[in-house]
Write a protein that binds this ligand. Sequence first.
Ligand code: 2M8
Length: 691
Amino acid sequence: MKRYVEKAKKILDKNWNGRFTVPSVNLYPHQWNWDSAFIAIGYSRYDTDRAVQELKSLFDAQWENGMLPHIVFDRDNLGKYFPEPDFWKTDISKYSPENHLTSGITQPPIHAYAALKIYENSPEKGKVKEFLKWLFPRLVKLHRYFYLERNPDDNGLIYIRHPWESGMDNSPMWDPVLEKIDLSQMMLPEFVRKDDKIIDPEQRPKDEDYKRYIYLVELFKKNRYEERKIFHECPFIVVDPLFNSVLSASNEALIKIADILGEDYRQIEQWYLTTARSMRDILYDSSKGIFYAYDYIEKKQIKVETSAGFMPLFGGVASHSQALKLLEYMNSASFCEIHEESCFAIPNYDRTKKDFSTKNYWRGPVWININWMLFQGLRRYRFKQKAEHLEKTILELPVRFGFYEYFDSRYGTGYGTKDFSWTASLFIDLYYDYIKSESLRKNIGIYINSVVDDMVVNPDRNGISIKSPSEIFKEFNYLTERILKRYVKNGSVDYRQIRLSPEYKLFLNIAGKLQNLDLSYLKREEKKSFWVNLYNMMVIDFVLKMKVRKTVKEVEGFFTKIKYIVDGKKYSLSDIESLLTDFENKEELIISLVRGTQSSPPLRYIPPDGPDRMIKKSVRDFIGSSEVLIYPEEKTVMISELFHWYSDIFTGEKINKILLSYVKDERKKRFLLENENPEFIYLFYDWYLNN
Ligand code: 2M8
């Protein structure tokens, strides 16, 4: 990984021109608005000065009315891109800056969010604070521009007036609106595209799209970039869920920045609340479980499903129930299920649609910045499993296929331009994030609580049981299933709610009855489910009884000294682990146990009639998570430390065999087949509580 981080930094060095970083030297040789913010986030991890400079040079070109242009042109590099200043002619606007050449539109305002990240990630807080003092009024001016000039109904829904403003230029979301612009009636100036000479046209927008893009720019020029005039004439006035979510995330960050600087933030809070409320009310569709864009002229939602519709997770805008629906739709065949075959991360458009494309720009491929924002959103809503899956893919794609602009959602092939800046910078960001959590993981072994040997915690309060074994077993299963179904969501355990629940009280009672459960009564399959369920429930019970706060490691002897009496014998968690090794599929059973940690697979109930299906599901989740990383192109397999603890069970060949039966990606399979005993690198186990 470290080698790739070095590679990523070299790409940024190559794209850095002393004042800012271009997205790509050949295709985009100027400064782009939201690219620079993503790039600054990457720099913030290792070079504060560059991060600060990146935003400074962008905001130096801010317009008088507050608008932050989507391109700041590099005078020394003109002639390589279309359209450039000769075409935009922004000097006809009374607001454009005198000393800078810029375009006349904007892009998603992720800058306050990036500025806060610079502050949080930098060790030089004093220096960054000085920079924030400079930036804060400029950020407020930018947000105020949106709320004054682009907010016609005063409900906080900010419109965009050009597809380029969305950042997702030729997204299918814009088709229904753009189709209304009848090209046969237009008198367009002559223009020559440059992008399709550099990149295979199959991967770029069509000429018809470009004609409409140019038509809109002509309209802006005609109106001298006056917002009110444009608003009345422009056929493309849409509310984009991505743009508004990003603005919300930035409003939130701006409040925090104001707080750091001791500035007043009541106005910003108001902005945040109105936008969030209107998005929930006007953009959300509950039957589909997604946020739609909104055609302001037609006054209706644009019913096209793209990744932009999940972005309210990033902005923290979605209500809890909306967020659950978003997750459900996002994690379906439409946008790639977690363990689906031939599917990488979250593609930009619903894959089941007829016009979905794996190759064409914003019409289906996977984009790192989008997935990075969705990862942050999923983490924020504590959708751990999906979040981790995305994180893993974002790290995986550039390593396996190169630092490309976008990636094929089926095969991972890189498309667009190579050595793309935000792919590099966001990779760096995630890597540092991972390292940080890794060092936290390493330092987590401090015991707060110690336990006496053989501490039995399932007393049978009513003395000898009058219940038959079948009754005890049935009741144990019933309560286990209920507790896990009710209080575990997406792998996160709500320990507090369990502690307060009536089910837990009943469970404690039945746990006492286990002392007299005649195990010989259980069939082999039933025993298997019983021991796995019991293990998982004992972990929950121990966490609650021992008042674990952050990690089971706070309790010395958590796995060895605390015990349940079952059928007259004492069992610790490790005793149960050892007895599971008697079962034929012991490897799967050991993997599927939930040790109350972040590195465990999601907690689920294992039914007594056919337990293997659920056990396999847990193993699939584990192997699909960031606990197992296979990079065939690098001949590297990184696996959880868990395999190392049980090295007598998990020999190299065994691991290989298990991985082979669960991994779906063809290249990974081939690699495992050709290398029966590859060298494994062990990943740190995350001991943090799975709460
Ligand atoms: C793409 O857009 C530009 C126009 O702004 C283009 O196609 O020429 C988009 O991917 C946009 O989101 C991005 O900011 C820009 C530079 O990377 O390229």
